[in-house]
Design a binder for this molecule. Structure first.
Ligand code: BG6
Length: 510
């Protein structure tokens, strides 16, 4: 028999019509991700009727020019292609508003413009503010929204804010930004986006763990030997990215947010329900339980940083990190990081979680592998070759999203010889359709008022608390751990191999 209370929690609330106001509308994110995401939702019939987009940016542009630029990109990147007829109707709900981010008058005009759009195109006044500008404007935008009264919704409507990453550059700046956000919007209306949480397989992690009976009983230090999270990218600092990246580095750019979020989904306790706070209460406990690497010695023993030297990726020559455009030739920013993490909870006592992330590695892939302990060897260890490896559950986040389980099997034949085999599930073949882009799901959730897949204030701050010690050891201590090096197009520095070898492990080959 179904439980009506549970059902209520599982079924999603409905997305509501609104105007999405995008700050930083002339940027790459808007063109490559946000507008194509809304367009694809429209194609799939998921978008509530009456959703409008208002781009806010500093450059002078007409509505028509803004639409044209978006259309050009949509043609190139849209997941389900570009349909002239659908675009032609869709683009009518796209508008552009020119203003400096700091100009109070620009926000007064924004308020009037929003009302006018509602009058002309129908709409009751729901507003979804998406802050996708350069981070130095986050404060100004929030403050100006408040001054213009745009943070308060009209009766019966809502005003919500989505804040893009980077959410601060350390604990102090994140706390400050949280104060500014919470002075302007209530926490329940604040959506700190982490697009990894919108990826289909990341969402499936909870289902895999808690909707199947076979995994959860084994999901602890008694049966699991180690867990690895790998995020490898075969790109460097293309498109002028070096300017931002050299101030950030792999640890702040990917680990503080995306990879610690994945870790918390893998390691959390079952939530009491699927409400946003139910899930986030459990996730934050994982981050809070991370053993702190709070001295340069602990950082040196548990964290490896590295930069790529010139090499070849996908058969093409690429420069070294320090030779990249807009990167300081003496930069001490890491393009690769590998960490050994320990989660000090009853469940995970003694189980190392390894994370590695790097630019200019051989391919683009993100996966989580859960390595189970070997069974007692009494029966098969005497065979020549012994038992080949243990059980590994691999959750492929991207590409080729899916899950595989490695088991040991007998090779058919008259003699007893063992070999690992794989049970493999691919999303694409099992469900016969491509997964929506992360931004599609997350935008829809924000329109529906569901913050489950967004980071809460305490999660972001706890993650920074952990990261800050490492950054401090690297950049402010008297005996900073060294910067290692790897050739572009290889799997990272030998020091990262040694990190896991010290525990008797090796990195999984992707
Ligand atoms: C972004 C980082 O948040 O995520 C980039 O700033 C990174 O450096 C990107 O390349 C990776 O996202 P995805 O979805 O392509 O894995």
């Amino acid at each position: 028999m179904t439980n009506p209370f549970r059902e209520d929690l599982v079924s999603r609330s409905r997305p509501e019509p609104c105007t999405v106001v995008i700050f930083g509308a002339t940027g790459d994110l808007t063109h490559r991700k946000l507008v194509p995401a809304i367009y694809n939702l429209a194609i799939d019939g998921e978008l509530p009727p009456g959703v409008k987009i208002l781009g806010f940016a500093r450059r002078e542009k007409s509505d028509a020019e803004f639409r044209k630029g978006l259309e050009e990109l949509n043609r190139k990147v849209s997941r389900s292609g570009h349909d002239e007829a659908i675009w032609s109707t869709f683009q009518e709900s796209i508008h552009y508003h020119q203003s400096e981010f700091t100009d109070a008058d620009g926000y007064q005009r924004l308020a009037e413009r929003l009302d006018a759009i509602d009058r002309e195109r129908g709409g009751k006044g729901n507003r979804l503010f998406y802050i996708a500008s350069a981070p130095e404007f986050f404060d100004d935008i929030l403050t100006q929204l408040k001054t213009a009264g745009l943070n308060k919704a009209k009766d019966g409507c809502w005003a919500r804010v989505i804040v893009e990453k980077p959410f601060g550059t350390d604990l102090k700046t994140a706390q400050h930004l949280n104060q500014v956000v919470n002075r302007t919007f209530q926490e329940k209306d604040t959506y700190r986006i982490d697009h990894y949480l919108g990826k289909e397989t990341a969402q499936n992690l909870m289902v895999l763990r808690f909707a199947n009976a076979i995994f959860e009983p084994l999901w602890n230090s008694r049966y699991i030997d180690q867990v690895q999270i790998t995020c490898s990218e075969n790109l460097g600092m293309e498109g002028g990215r070096g300017g931002y990246y050299d101030k950030s580095g792999a640890l702040r750019d990917m680990v503080q947010n995306h990879l610690l979020q994945l870790l918390s989904l893998v390691a959390m306790e079952p939530p009491t329900d699927l409400s946003a706070d139910g899930v986030r209460d459990e996730k934050v406990k994982v981050i809070r339980s991370l053993r702190q690497w709070d001295t340069p010695e602990k950082v040196a023993a548990n964290v490896i940083r590295a930069q790529y030297a010139a090499g070849h990726v996908d058969g093409k020559p690429v420069p070294g990190y320090r030779e990249e455009d807009r990167v300081d030739p003496e930069s001490m920013t890491e393009s690769y990081v590998a960490l050994r993490l320990m989660i000090d909870t009853w469940r995970w006592s003694g189980v190392p979680f390894y994370i590695r992330m790097g630019k200019q590695l051989p391919k683009k892939a993100t996966e989580i592998s859960v390595h189970f302990k070997a069974p007692p060897g009494v029966l098969f260890n005497a065979l020549s070759g012994g038992v080949p490896g243990g059980n590994v559950l691999v959750i492929r986040i991207q590409p080729d999203e899916g899950i595989s389980l490695r088991m040991v099997s007998k090779i058919p034949g008259t003699s007893l010889r063992l070999e690992p085999v794989k049970m493999d599930f691919h999303y694409a073949t099992s469900f016969g359709k491509s997964s929506p882009e992360a931004y599609e799901r997350l935008l829809l959730d924000a329109m529906a008022g569901d913050a489950t897949l967004f980071a809460r204030r305490d999660e972001v701050e706890e993650a920074w608390r952990f990261i800050d010690h490492i950054e401090h050891a690297w950049h402010q201590s008297n005996n900073p751990p060294p910067m290692a090096s790897y050739v572009a197009g290889t799997w990272g520095p030998k020091e990262a191999d040694e990190l896991v070898q010290a525990d008797g492990h090796v990195w999984r080959r992707l």
